[in-house]
Design a binder for this molecule. Structure first.
Ligand SMILES: [Zn+2]
Length: 847
């Protein structure tokens, strides 16, 4: 049971726990419906504590006994935990609880997935396992004994000893309870080893269900690459004798960095050419790196409280993006990150869910694992590195690891090492952590007496989270080109600190062309009437060259939507020229063929004071694709043929770039040949990238039925491939059919709605189908609401996260607004709605 009125928790109210935890011993007797957990914990009162309340978190636990120093005690129990009178000197707490993993569908704490036991404790799942001070600033060593009939019994740290039906693990590194993990099951290990730069051998294992052992090699290589990269770039070596990864089918997130025992959503680790696309491979490599990098940024140095979540997530996302840039193409990675930022973080930052990178209050912390904390948090670190330079960044990071290893830290600690390493005052920069909203940066130019002047005005729209936004420190990378496209001023970092600020560049005999915000040096909305055609043709900064094409496409699409104009001929010719340039990376050219997303267009219309019409937006994008196909009609067959890979499949940057460009060409070709090339590709495909792209094009061409049936027959036993089959039918449906398609799929025998991956593949795909979700009759809204109401009592976390589909509801016309308000109210009035979903719906509805 939960309290009727959810409590709000404030950063300002932080108080330390009054006790140190010296060591933790846990014993698990595993049974699906009646697992017994015995805890023996050594507590020491802190001499300087102001609050000595002995409160242990605990939810959904049956307490069978409790003792202090061997004497039975009777604690006072509430739905949130227990309090007890305790000695004023060090003492041993012992408890014995019973829990029910089989009934745990929320997938927080100890639960079952396909017959195995596994755990997810971040943020507050450990309190569903035993009574404990479940807060990240309480750190301890853990010794864990597992008794169970399973062949594989795993926990954190190193294996101490094991026998038939039991195993004992010890983690020598002090850690918070959110990093605890346990796995028990009938699993197969894919093994390897890694020798650290300090010469220590580490045993690596990736545990999977029988049948999946052929999908482990890539993940293992990604792990070894990550370990080596963190040594070379950050000087950080691994610190245990073993590193284990386990793949789990039922998982709310992508993966979890538990010390020495990472637990992964199977979709984020299992890979083979036949079943995974190039994008899957790249994502898996990035997630494995991300979780591994947490060993230092998250585990060795953790967060003092959950308000500091960006301390570990922003930094670790930044580190994994550096890794991917090094392993693959840096410009391609940067462009993909910005597409993602604009697709997910900008809408959040510009709507009712806006919050600072470090929030100051929450009701349910699960609702703050957001694009703002993660992706904007990473952008803030990128800006910091740009401002201080790579050498000072490295000094600051070395100082951070030296000074704070073994501690639970704050954003203040993080910024302090940068101040100490560089002598800079970062008090204004710190606003990036406390101020919500996407800044707008408008730029005007002036040229006289051989001096070129740029004037910047920054403005962050006020929001409920930040009603009175102040000027930020914004690093703006600027380069200047002459009329022939030669660089006449290399990239400089301009440091904006004021609301309005000018920078003059003398000695230019002709007015230069400015390339502003190179490499997207700050997460802002840039408003500048740049010479996009010239930059698309010549910019030496690959990001801004791509961005110029994007800006021209955006302007053309907005004009089509609001004025009914035809696609911009200059844009079409500019893109054609870039595509014909064989010296450019195929992956980069494939990105050039992309168009702004429909929700991005809706946001741009909203910014201009227009009401977006989803159907008109959809039609404008279709017309633009048609125009691209016509403009490139003589090039497409060659472009397609030249980018067919003949070598054996490899998921590397070079091959996947060719496949990306070949498939981008295919999607335009399909408009010209009605799907004949796609049909041929479907028939000859030997990897999932080619098979899935062909299938998508056949659906778009209206001739997908046979291929869909064939695909299902081929892959019906592979749950991860079937997720793609579910998702593709929804995402490729015509707007009027999207809700019906999703609804029909929810009746399919393989629609297991309690599995988060399958739920997201079907209903999540509908939420992301802009014109389909916003269908004029409200069918998309109603279907999603039906399913959120159904899922909430089973899995509040996944339900709450998907509520964000409604976050932009105030942008649309009155009819759509009232249809969405009706569904929001219907969800809100559901009896016993979870704290997670209640908080999300309330924030969205109050927009
Ligand atoms: Zn993370």
């Amino acid at each position: 049971m939960r309290d009727a009125a959810p409590q709000t928790i404030y950063l300002a109210d932080y108080t330390p726990f009054g006790f140190d935890v010296d060591e933790v011993h846990l014993t698990f007797d595993l049974a699906p419906s009646a697992t017994h957990v015995r805890a023996r914990i050594r507590f020491s009162p802190k001499p300087d504590a102001t609050d000595r309340t002995f409160f242990l978190h605990g939810e959904d636990l049956t307490l069978l006994s409790a003792r202090i120093d061997g004497e039975t005690v009777k604690p006072k129990i509430t739905p949130e935990g227990l309090t007890c009178d305790v000695p004023s000197i060090p003492f041993t707490w012992e408890s014995h609880v019973q829990i029910d993993p089989a009934a745990n569908t929320a997938l927080e704490g100890l639960y079952q997935s396909g017959g195995m036991f596994c755990t997810q404790c971040e943020a507050q799942g450990f309190r569903k396992i035993t009574y404990y001070p479940d807060r990240p600033d309480v750190m301890s060593t853990f010794t864990v004994r597992i008794n169970g009939p399973h062949p594989v019994l795993l926990s954190n740290g190193n294996l101490v000893s094991s026998g038939d039906g039991w195993a004992e693990w010890h983690d020598p590194w002090r850690k918070p309870a959110y990093l605890f993990a346990l796995v028990a099951g009938d699993l197969i290990a894919h093994r390897d080893t890694f020798t650290t730069m300090e010469g220590r051998k580490v045993d690596l294992a990736l545990y999977v269900r029988p049948g999946d052992e052929g999908k482990c090699a890539f993940g293992m290589q990604a792990l070894k690459d990550s370990m080596k990269w963190d040594e070379e770039v950050y000087g950080r070596a691994y610190d245990l004798e073993v590193f284990n990864i386990v793949a789990v089918d039922d998982f709310n997130m992508g993966a979890m960095e538990n010390k020495g025992l990472n637990i992964f959503n199977a979709s984020a680790v299992l890979a083979s050419p036949e079943t995974s696309t190039d994008m899957n491979f790249e994502r898996i490599e990035a997630i494995i790196a991300h979780e591994y990098f947490h060993n230092w940024t998250g585990n060795r140095i953790t967060c003092r409280d959950w308000f500091q979540l960006c301390l570990k997530e922003g930094l670790t996302v930044y580190r994994d993006s550096q890794f991917t840039s090094d392993m693959r193409s840096a410009p391609v990675k940067r462009i993909n990150d910005v597409i993602d930022l604009r697709g997910r973080q900008f809408p959040e930052d510009q709507g009712p869910l806006a919050h600072p990178v470090r929030p100051e209050s929450f009701q349910e912390i699960n609702n703050f694992y957001t694009a703002t904390v993660y992706e904007k948090g990473a952008e803030v670190i990128g800006m910091l590195r740009t401002l201080v330079g790579p050498a000072a960044y490295k000094r600051a990071l070395d100082m951070y690891f030296d000074r704070h290893d073994g501690q639970a830290c704050t954003i203040e600690d993080w910024l302090q090492v940068f101040e100490d390493a560089t002598g800079r005052d970062l008090s204004q920069f710190k606003r990036w952590y406390s101020q919500a909203g996407t800044p707008h940066l408008s730029v005007s130019e002036d040229y006289k007496n051989a001096t070129y002047t740029l004037t910047f005005t920054q403005h962050t729209p006020p929001s409920a989270a930040s009603p009175d936004p102040q000027p930020l420190v914004i690093p703006v990378a600027v380069g200047l080109l002459d009329a022939d496209g030669n660089e006449v001023m290399d990239t400089q970092i301009l440091e904006l600190t004021e609301a309005k600020q000018s920078f003059a560049f003398a000695g230019h005999s002709a007015k230069p062309t400015a390339s502003i915000l190179r490499n997207f040096s700050a997460p802002v909305v840039l408003e500048f009437a740049a010479d996009h055609a010239a930059l698309l043709a010549h910019d030496t900064d690959p990001f801004n060259r791509w961005e110029s094409g994007r800006a021209l496409a955006l302007a053309s699409l907005l004009a089509s939507i609001t004025k009914g104009t035809a696609p911009d001929a200059d844009y079409l010719q500019g893109i054609a020229t870039v595509l014909r340039d064989d010296s450019l990376d195929p992956a980069y050219r494939a990105l050039m063929l992309g168009l702004p997303g429909q929700s991005e267009l809706a946001a741009a219309l909203h910014r201009k004071g227009d009401t977006p019409d989803p159907q008109a937006t959809y039609e404008a994008v279709e017309a633009m694709k048609e125009a691209l196909a016509q403009t490139l009609k003589d090039d497409l067959p060659g472009l397609y043929a030249d980018n067919q890979v003949t070598a054996p499949y490899a998921p590397d940057a070079a091959q996947s770039g060719m496949r990306a460009l070949g498939n981008a060409a295919l999607s335009l070709l399909t408009r010209l040949d009605g799907g004949d090339t796609a049909q041929a590709q479907y028939g000859s495909a030997t990897n999932m990238t080619q098979q899935l792209a062909a299938l998508a094009n056949l659906i778009r061409a209206g001739r997908g039925d046979a291929a869909l049936a064939d695909f299902e027959a081929q892959w019906k036993d592979d749950r991860l491939v079937m997720d793609k089959w579910f998702a593709l039918q929804v995402s490729e449906a015509k707007p009027d059919d999207a809700a019906d398609t999703a609804k029909a799929l929810t009746r399919h025998r393989d629609f297991n709605w309690k599995n988060p991956n399958r739920f997201r593949a079907t209903l999540g795909a509908l939420a992301q189908h802009h014109a389909g979700f916003h269908a004029a009759d409200g069918s998309g809204y109603a279907l999603l609401a039906d399913w959120l109401i159904k899922l909430d009592p089973v899995n509040p976390q996944t339900t709450a996260r998907m509520c964000s589909a409604f976050q932009t509801w105030r942008r649309y016309d009155q009819i759509r607004q009232s249809l969405m308000a009706k569904e929001l109210d219907r969800i809100a009035s559901t009896p016993n709605l979870s704290r997670d979903t209640t908080e999300m719906i309330t924030r969205i509805r109050n927009a």
